[in-house]
Design a protein around this ligand. Structure first.
Ligand code: CMP
Length: 139
């Protein structure tokens, strides 16, 4: 089925000018970028977005990193977009990511891993609604 998923190009990637190279990976995989905006998240916004991880030992590091520089928020659309995006991103830890994936090619560490993608249909809907109004998404 056609799905939508939330993607974030993280501060380690925007800092290294990798937005276009990452977008090319998405588009080459058949994902369409149907919404996109570059923003600087506040610490409070990062904490709310990642609230599900608030008990993890890396929560402070994660949220401070996500607020440390520009991010590119995106909605990707396509056939099985959630799973396809996760495939293109590769494993969370770049050391485990398959060759050719975004994280294998670009990520610096498990924390500074260049991209985020929603992990399931319910979280995709929530994460898209957190950052985008309906009128900002043009399929
Ligand atoms: P993401 O898909 O954005 O969702 C949660 C993030 O937590 C994950 O990507 C990783 O970047 C980050 N994360 C997971 N494990 C660690 C860790 N051990 N140290 C720092 N960050 C981590």
């Amino acid at each position: 089925a056609t799905e939508r998923t939330l993607s974030i190009i993280k501060p380690d990637a925007t800092r290294r000018n990798l937005t276009g190279k990452i977008n090319a990976k998405f588009e080459d995989a058949g994902l369409r970028i149907v919404a996109q905006k570059r923003v600087r998240l506040s610490l409070a916004q990062a904490e709310t977005f990642y609230a599900v991880h608030s008990a993890r030992p890396f929560f402070g590091e994660l949220t401070e990193f996500m607020a440390s520089g520009p991010v590119v928020l995106q909605v990707l659309e396509g056939e099985n977009a959630i799973a396809k995006n996760r495939e293109v991103m590769g494993a969370t830890n770049p050391a485990d990511a398959a060759p050719g994936t975004i994280r294998a090619e670009f990520a610096e560490s498990v924390g500074e891993n260049s991209v985020h993608g929603s992990d399931a249909p319910e979280t995709a809907a929530e994460e898209i609604a957190f950052f985008f109004a309906g009128l900002e998404i043009v399929g």
